[in-house]
Ligand binder design. Sequence first.
Ligand code: ZN
Length: 424
Amino acid sequence: MARALRRVLVVVAVAAVASSVSYATDAPRSRRETGQSPPNGTQVGAPDANGVVHITVPVDLTLVGKSTLTDADRARIRGREYEMNNAIGGLENFSNYKYKACDGNSLTFDVKVKLTALPDSDGPEAVPGEGHHFIQMVDDPEQYTFTNIYDPDKMAANGGQGDSTIDSTKPYDGWTDGTWEWNVGYWGWVHEVGHLLGLGDDYVFKGTDENGDPIPVPLIRDGSNRQGTLMDTAPLRWGVRVHLGYDQELIDRVGKLLDKAGKLPSCWQGTIESDSHRTYVYSDGGGAQCDDHWHGEIAFVAKAGGTVTGKGKLTLTSGPTCSGQIDPAYIVPTREIDFSVSGNKQKAGFILVLGELAFRPPVPAASWAGITTLVSTGLTASGPPLTIPNTGPCTAGGTVATSYTINSDTFTASNVFALKCKGN
Ligand SMILES: [Zn+2]
């Protein structure tokens, strides 16, 4: 009974288990321990023209106990890969669901598993490929099946403990490892691929049965019972363990993870508070100064490659307040400015360029009054590149100074940006 139950338990363990994992070769372990930045594990392409996001999960399997591989070993792994891809990619499953991206486009995730068999030896042929997930395959029903997700953020959020139910973007940042047991069958392995897509378990353990084995209980997640999903343990139906596979919630969770990992277009919005100051120097030696304040609303989409497109509006909220020799006709203020947003998203934040689109009322021909330095450098219809650093995983902001000079007149502004991504 204990034996039978263990066969169906599919566990993801976090960090704590890592020390008990024995490695077939030291090479990948030292790669992790040297702290080298690992290349991507689960690979994600940009959405194609049909809105299909191609996801490849490369898994190198060390066949524990097999110092050399036979054609039969390789054929066995190829057969399992075939079964898994049928299970994942069949119309009944993953690709049957759409994910609505923040820009309104519907995306389909096309997931392919790539299994490669490796011998259990010290030779170079046993070293997993760069960025491939590295799993030990055992053929022993007494062994648990698990995938390690090393996620310090996840652990910190849980008092330093691993929590297998929390979704994580880590598999998109680097490779991970674990142990998969052959006899859990291909659905059990597909569950593990769920972990390699960042999905947490839809069950927890509560108590133990008469054999001392922990009892898995389906999770209630956001009010919905997760019993029987791919990330639950397989329920028993007519004496057979069956997985019900995917549902919309799983696809939405994967979408959110891809979004967080920067693999999908991300949608941003926020505000700009701009204090602008103008100094006019007249040819007769006289001059004037004006101050005004602008409130801006900005919204844009950052594509997976980083390109930013969007628009916004600046509204005059106070001023202009002028002093000196000033002709009121000269300072007829523009009260609203529509602007375009371009630029790109980088690792540390945004480089944005705002460009003027329209003014209301139109600027008097002889006047620069009311034009902020954000959207124009005086003679060109776009402002300077604005560097706006990240302030969190889904926020960016800070104060950006802008200025330009035309003849002897100077225009300066202090602009406070507060940006956040949608869904956070
Ligand atoms: Zn699991």
